[in-house]
Design a protein around this ligand. Structure first.
Ligand code: NAP
Length: 283
């Protein structure tokens, strides 16, 4: 039976450390602020934004929520981003994606000041990740690295396979494993012999978006298996890309869904916001 990686516990520890640091800064008169912008009334986005506000409250950051109507124009949204870019109380800016269809996600993200881009989606931050000279890491891949570290397994020299090549998960994930000297293979929908490739991985990260696709025959005995997927099974129940029940005997370490990668994403957002605040306040 694999060791189950407890994302709730790891994320709680990350948040405790941030909370302690935020309290120390507050005692010196330094406050950290995160602005969260949401456009429209997508129910999933509303939940994510609420959770981000709660996390800010928990760690002791100020959060500024801007809830804009679905019909907001690009000019109006850009004007808000510009205002937040120039607001000294705001250390981090997060525009909740996806935006309504008439708004261009890329244009909006590209207008956030890179040193306030706590999602690390701005091309400047993406480029910095590529060359290994970064302030912020994208939250989900950074959370995965924390989970791998929590196992005590050292990435250096290991065969790492990432299934998925999206800009927000797969690609930066591969880069972070590479920075720690893993030997990284990136797989996608055109990969041939996927099962064979995955079954050689010491560290396997699934970021596919296909419920329970990774079964035990994709997994090497004793491997670290990280499931980024947030999918729905045939009964509408939340599940991951990994068939947990099938893989749990074979893996050495495995993340559950829910309770694995999910809780890490917001914890890493808080970490990026703290980093941004310290940068701005010269700490
Ligand atoms: P995405 O943009 O849809 O990318 C999916 C990737 O999987 C693509 O690169 C695609 O290949 C690849 N793929 C699809 N079917 C495949 C197959 N049969 N075999 C091999 N590769 C295949 O998804 P994403 O945004 O990266 O998200 C991936 C999953 O992570 C989703 O379930 C999402 O909900 C979840 N997620 C979770 C968190 C979290 O906080 N826990 C955060 C972000 C995302 P091609 O490029 O060839 O199409």
């Amino acid at each position: 039976m694999a060791n189950i990686i407890d994302g709730k516990a790891v994320s709680a520890q990350v948040k405790e450390n941030i909370k302690a640091e935020a309290a120390e800064l507050k005692a010196k008169g330094i406050e950290i602020g995160l602005a969260v912008v949401i456009v429209g009334d997508d129910p999933a986005s509303q939940v994510y934004v609420r959770n981000k506000e709660k996390a800010c409250e928990y760690v002791g950051f100020n959060s500024y929520k801007y809830a804009l109507p679905a019909e907001t124009t690009e000019e109006e949204l850009l004007a808000l981003v510009d205002k937040l870019n120039n607001d000294d109380n705001v250390d981090g800016i997060l525009v909740q994606l996806p935006l309504p269809k008439h708004l261009d996600d890329k244009l909006i993200i590209n207008n956030i000041r890179p040193d306030k881009d706590v999602d690390a989606f701005h091309p400047v931050n993406v480029g910095k990740i590529m060359i290994g000279d970064y302030s912020f890491l994208p939250c989900t891949p950074a959370g995965v690295m924390e989970l791998i570290h929590s196992t005590g397994v050292v990435v250096s020299g290991k065969k790492c396979v990432v299934v998925g090549r999206s800009n927000i998960v797969g690609k930066p994930m591969a880069m972070l494993l590479l920075h720690e000297s893993g030997t990284v293979t990136i797989c996608h929908s055109k990969t041939q012999d996927l099962k064979e490739v995955c079954s050689q991985a010491d560290i396997l990260v699934a970021a596919v978006g296909r419920p329970k696709m990774i079964t035990a025959d994709y997994v090497k005995e004793g491997a670290v298996v990280i499931d980024v997927g947030m999918d729905r099974d045939e009964n509408g129940k939340l599940c991951g890309d990994v068939d947990f029940e099938d893989c749990k005997e074979k893996a050495g370490y495995i993340t559950p869904v829910p309770g694995g990668v999910g809780p890490m994403t917001i914890a890493m957002l808080m970490k990026n916001t703290l980093t941004a605040g310290k940068l701005h306040k010269g700490v």
